[in-house]
Design a protein around this ligand. Structure first.
Ligand code: LLP
Length: 427
């Protein structure tokens, strides 16, 4: 469920709005391309997930929003105010979470290649746990913590070696992927960590992939995680937390319907029945994707005599990389649908490569130069993955609440872009 609907009354009746703000108003006042987020949708998704987990009997779960999905500080604060934590993978993300008001004790630091300065920063921040992805990382964290005179809570990230579907570039749970350690290694590392002065093992973690629409591989992985918890405890070691990662899919264009949060929560309760642990989760996409759109304007329609019809937009692959990178399809909706039969469009951006094609042969209501379209389900891995490729300015971000909106990241100026660079002294 999202809050991007055609307005039913008022001067913008029949037009696509975000909550009570017509998207055309944002386009006029802020310009395009622009990302627009709905506070009500963000809040609803977080609350629905938390309620589902609690209703399934998973008491007091830590829901650490995956900052990589949407790292805008106002978005993070919207979630933090509801009690969300943050799953972070870099010092930059820790700093964003802190700037948003996420308490350090709700920050989980994941990622395969944490550097020494980043680890030191996380320890000094007092994060809830550092998820360790390998043996060398365990030793590094132990050393850094001892140098700082601290004993830092850690979890061992396991790679459950299950295939979770989704695009190959975002699957993480197979042994051939770079993430985490095997179950037997996890047991050994956990025991070793218990004897180290700089770390305090508090749990185990996994994350098997993203945009998962089938609960079966998750259930298989989580059942294996339960076995691991039991074996570690049977060795007499203390373990209090089980972090089950993120990964639940969302409905993109023409994609299988993802399971509901309730079905997800019930599956977890089933797979981990009787296990007395604090659960942690790292959802990104399921919270943020449907809470955002990328709003773009049609620059022109280019019709080839031999039949192809190109809808050239002012948004490009640098603004929304997912179609080029993962062959992803986002629903595209005209902001003011025109009457008439739908037509087949190849929807493209202005960047100089063929990969800058959002979709081909998409049936859309007729569109003309100057019309607005919204890429739906763009609130996760949209702005967060944007770049300035082709020296295009980063699209601004707008947060809507009811009938108000705020520009929460303004569009930079060309001066900002050029001011970041320095001339080499010999030039
Ligand atoms: N935790 C860890 C350790 C992760 O690596 C990820 C995502 C998440 C949590 C959040 O997963 P989610 O709930 O959002 O599925 N850029 C890609 C997605 C990459 C996901 C990477 N890891 C895309 O646009 O589809």
């Amino acid at each position: 469920m999202n809050h991007f609907e055609l307005a039913t009354s008022g001067p913008a009746a029949g037009e696509l709005a975000c909550e009570d703000v017509p998207l055309s108003r944002i386009a006029e006042e802020v310009g395009t391309p622009v990302y627009v987020y709905s506070s009500a949708t963000l809040e609803r998704h977080f609350t629905v997930l938390r309620d589902a987990l609690v209703d399934a009997g998973l008491k007091d779960p830590l829901i650490a929003f995956a900052v990589k999905a949407n790292s805008n500080v106002a978005v993070l604060r919207t979630l933090a105010r509801l009690g969300a934590g943050a799953d972070v993978v870099s010092e930059g993300e820790i700093r964003r979470a802190l700037a948003a008001g996420v308490p350090p004790e709700r920050i989980v630091f994941s990622g395969v290649g944490k550097t020494e300065p980043e680890i030191a920063f996380a320890i000094e921040t007092g994060v809830a746990e550092i998820n360790l992805e390998s043996e060398p990382e365990l030793h590094l964290v132990n050393q850094v913590a001892q140098r700082l005179g601290r004993r830092v809570p850690v979890a061992i990230r396991v790679n459950p070696d299950v295939s979770a579907g989704g695009h190959a570039k975002i699957s993480t749970g197979k042994a051939e992927n770079k993430f985490g350690v095997s179950f037997s290694e996890a047991e050994r590392l956990y025991a070793n960590a218990s004897n180290m002065a700089g770390v305090r093992p508090v749990g185990v973690a996994c994350h098997i992939g993203s945009q998962i629409t089938d609960l079966a591989p998750m259930e298989a992985a989580f059942a294996k995680m339960r076995g691991l918890v039991e074996r570690i405890r049977a060795e007499g070691l203390h373990l209090e937390r089980l972090d089950l990662g993120g990964g639940l899919g969302v409905p993109y264009f023409n994609q299988p319907e993802p399971p509901s949060p309730a079905a997800y929560a019930q599956m977890i309760a089933r797979a981990t029945q009787g296990l007395d642990v604090q659960f942690a989760f790292e959802p990104g996409r399921m919270i943020a994707a449907n809470a955002g759109v990328l709003l773009a304007r049609v620059t022109h329609v280019h019709e080839r005599p031999e039949g192809r019809r190109f809808l050239v937009l002012d948004a490009a692959m640098n603004d929304l990389l997912r179609p080029a990178m993962y062959d992803a399809f986002h629903d595209i909706r005209p902001v003011k649908p025109r009457p008439g039969d739908t037509l087949a469009y190849d929807v493209v951006g202005p960047v100089c490569e063929t990969g800058d094609t959002f979709t081909r042969d998409r049936m859309l209501a007729p569109l003309e130069a100057g019309d607005l379209v919204a890429f739906m389900t763009a609130g996760a891995y949209g702005a967060a993955m944007a770049s300035e490729y082709n020296s295009r300015l980063l699209a601004p971000e707008v947060l809507v609440r009811g009938d108000r909106y705020a520009v929460v990241r303004p569009r930079p100026t060309y001066e900002d872009m050029l001011d970041r660079e320095r001339m080499a002294p010999w030039l």
